[in-house]
Design a protein around this ligand. Sequence first.
Ligand SMILES: Nc1ncnc2c1ncn2[C@@H]1O[C@H](COP(=O)(O)OP(=O)(O)OP(=O)(O)O)[C@@H](O)[C@H]1O
Ligand SMILES: [Mg+2]
Length: 257
Amino acid sequence: MSVPQPHAKPATHILVEGVTLAYGDFVIQHDLTFGIKRGDVFIIMGGSGCGKSTVMRSLTGLLQPKVGRIHYEGVSFWDAPAADRAQTMRRFGVMYQSGALWSSMTLLENVALPLEQYTSLSPAQIHDIAAYKLALVGLRGFDDFYPSEISGGMQKRVGVARAMALDPDVLFFDEPSAGLDPLSARLLDELILELRDSLGTTMVVVTHELASIFNIGDDSVFLDPETKTMLTTGNPRELRDHSDIPKVRSFLTRGEA
Ligand SMILES: Nc1ncnc2c1ncn2[C@@H]1O[C@H](COP(=O)(O)OP(=O)(O)OP(=O)(O)O)[C@@H](O)[C@H]1O
Ligand SMILES: [Mg+2]
């Protein structure tokens, strides 16, 4: 029997309601409605150019919807005063599609940067937290390396450590495994699952890599570039096996079903 937790946070962390996104008058996606549960790995999927990064921008505070609302724990994100929105945004960790590290800084300095910018912690405290985050992504002992001295997969891990520097409530990843060989991509997926399980952080992941989608996705939304709206939402493995929407099944089975 489950006992109600008096201070339990609501199960729905992020709620997208009737959202239309556009650049100027050019609509990218319309009528998006889906929920993201706390502690889930939520996948934004769909073919190239359908608007995945655009949806992520609206969730992270970079692009205001033309229509509709985005709620964080029941509070309308874009209707809130700018100062409140900035407060919410401080609780986000974001790894963008380009995801570059500063080449002239060591790995530790890269991870320490958000702590220097947004906290008043002492240099010693910042050093310890940054070293801890690097250890968390499996890079203990690499503090003083420069980005050019490590592999692409390790660089992605540093990107994850940097996104986690401020102990975010939500982690956003845009194509985290792009450019990685299958083994490194797999290791990065495992890292994402480890962090979800150990920290309970909600993760929003943009990807069109099928292996990743099935490995890590608890839930998802499928965006269609032709109709410019979502076709479905749900667990990706269940959608693959049971969806009756041809485009969704075709995407999730590489056209083999
Ligand atoms: N700043 C912008 N101004 C105008 N149009 C834009 C802008 N950014 C993206 N677009 C257009 O919006 C559409 C969706 O782009 P978006 O980057 O969100 O797609 P995506 O699904 O992330 O693509 P990819 O799989 O290539 O990363 C594209 O047609 C793109 O050209
Ligand atoms: Mg994109």
